[in-house]
Ligand binder design. Structure first.
Ligand code: FAD
Length: 417
């Protein structure tokens, strides 16, 4: 049975989304949104109706990023309510997320090069007054381009922007304001509740014309006016004829990374579980029977420690420690990287298992931790989710290569058991 057979879904609420940092809140938002995930989503998803009305998109990304909701879980729920044809667009969007992650997994060197460039540009800003002034005006929403300045305020105040606003924002940043794309991606990463190294860095590159060389995304005033229902109309203010950018990062070739050869042994002594900001899930994917203790890794904040993104992240860590402790009936706590060895010792742990962290800050922190823990005789082993293991190998080239495989993924017995 599909809802689409019985006419339009009930009109969803149009109040602002409240991003409460719990899985329960994610499930509630998903339940509210599900009736709209079919044809209504396909025809209206490009509209940015403003922060008071997010009824045409799911706004689930801050929870999905942390796997407080998983990709197969959302897709299964959507397919229960809508036909495959009606929900095709929504399902494809969820796969965009897996695509970006898989693509970066094959080229982790790109993120290292991005970070090096980011640091170079930060020091350039200290010396180049013109760049500093233009950058400061942009990140404080003082460019005089009303839509851009409003999105800066919305991002700072709520930690979230509609996908179309992110595309317009990045395009205006690169082509009208002519600021380095790396600084724009860094600004987003520091403020987004759903900040994700792969989706963010690679979407900025896609807009700039670096992901598909020669193909860039140009924000147009009439498109903004149409898709914001006239709330904004930057006619005459945008550069609508700019050419794609030239790549300023080292080119990186395909690499084999740890997810293809995970180190995990069925038995490894007294075991603890380490969760982290890229995967706080404790669903059926993990062998959790023998876990004696749980910690949630908390890295230093990259942005404002009192801002919405930091509060949401910390809230998710606390709530997930509590939830995991209750579910597995073992002690759980939030620890910093420097505290993991002491925590492991206090629980007499010989092995820590952890969900695999894709390319990004958590992965870098875990690599350091693995070395430090080995000195204490504690092994840190990664568990790769079936979803990632099955989908990522198809993310080596363009999205269309992966998209062609979606019907196969949807019938994969291991992914939708
Ligand atoms: C410049 C730029 C930066 C971005 N940075 C991030 C980021 O840091 N973190 C992040 O999660 N997404 C990022 N995105 C992708 C996208 O904007 C968000 O995932 C989406 O807006 C989240 O809103 P939603 O949950 O309502 O999505 P919906 O439209 O309801 O889609 C459902 C889910 O599918 C996934 N999804 C949808 N569109 C995309 C997309 N284009 N790319 C990847 N996944 C997608 C998300 O997990 C999303 O929650 C970025 C896009 C751009 C253009």
């Amino acid at each position: 049975m599909t809802l689409d057979l019985f006419g339009p879904p009930p009109a969803p609420q149009t109040t602002p989304v409240i991003w409460t940092p719990t899985r329960a809140a994610a499930l509630q938002r998903m339940a509210e949104f599900l009736p709209s995930a079919g044809r209504a989503y396909a025809s209206t998803r490009n509209q940015d109706r403003g922060p008071d009305d997010r009824s045409n998109v799911s706004a689930l990304s801050p929870w999905i990023k942390r796997r407080l909701l998983t990709e197969p879980e959302i897709i299964a729920a959507v397919l229960k309510m809508h036909s495959a044809a009606a929900s095709e667009k929504f399902v494809q969007e969820v796969f965009w997320r897996s695509y970006w992650k898989g693509w970066l997994e094959h080229r982790p060197g790109l993120l290292t090069a991005f970070n090096a460039r980011r640091l170079e540009l930060k020091s350039l800003i200290d010396h180049d007054r013109n760049l500093r002034d233009r950058f400061t005006r942009a990140i404080n929403g003082k460019t005089g381009i009303a839509c851009f300045d409003a999105w800066v305020r919305e991002l700072r105040d709520t930690g979230w922007l509609h996908n179309h606003a992110r595309m317009w924002f990045a395009s205006i940043w690169c082509f009208t304001l002519k600021l380095p794309w790396v600084l724009g991606a860094d600004f987003f990463y520091k403020h987004l509740l759903d900040a994700d190294a792969a989706s963010n860095t690679l979407s900025w590159r896609w807009v700039a014309g670096l992901h598909t060389p020669g193909k860039h995304y140009l924000a147009r005033a009439d498109n903004i006016r149409l898709n914001t229902s006239g709330r904004f109309d930057p006619a005459g203010q945008l550069n609508e004829t700019a050419l794609p950018l030239a790549d300023d990062l080292l080119s990186t070739s395909l690499a084999m990374t740890a997810w293809q050869t995970p180190v995990f042994s069925a038995s490894g002594g007294r075991t603890a579980l380490l969760l982290h900001d890229d995967d706080l899930g404790i669903d059926g994917s993990w062998p959790l029977d023998d876990v004696k203790a749980i910690c949630v890794l908390q890295l230093p904040h990259v942005g404002d420690p009192a801002g919405p993104a930091a509060k949401f992240r910390d809230g998710c860590a606390d709530a997930s420690a509590h939830r995991a402790s209750v579910a597995l009936n073992v002690p759980a706590e939030v620890v910093t990287p420097g505290g993991v060895a002491t925590w492991a010792k206090s629980h007499r742990v010989e092995r820590i298992v952890s969900p695999y962290a894709p390319a990004g800050l958590t992965a870098w922190a875990l690599a350091d931790l693995r070395t430090a823990l080995a000195d204490d005789g504690v092994a840190l082993q990664a568990l790769v989710r079936p979803w990632d293991r099955v989908v990522w190998p198809h993310a080596t080239r363009g999205f269309f290569q992966l998209k062609a495989k979606i019907p196969t993924f949807l019938n994969h017995p291991e992914l939708f058991a």
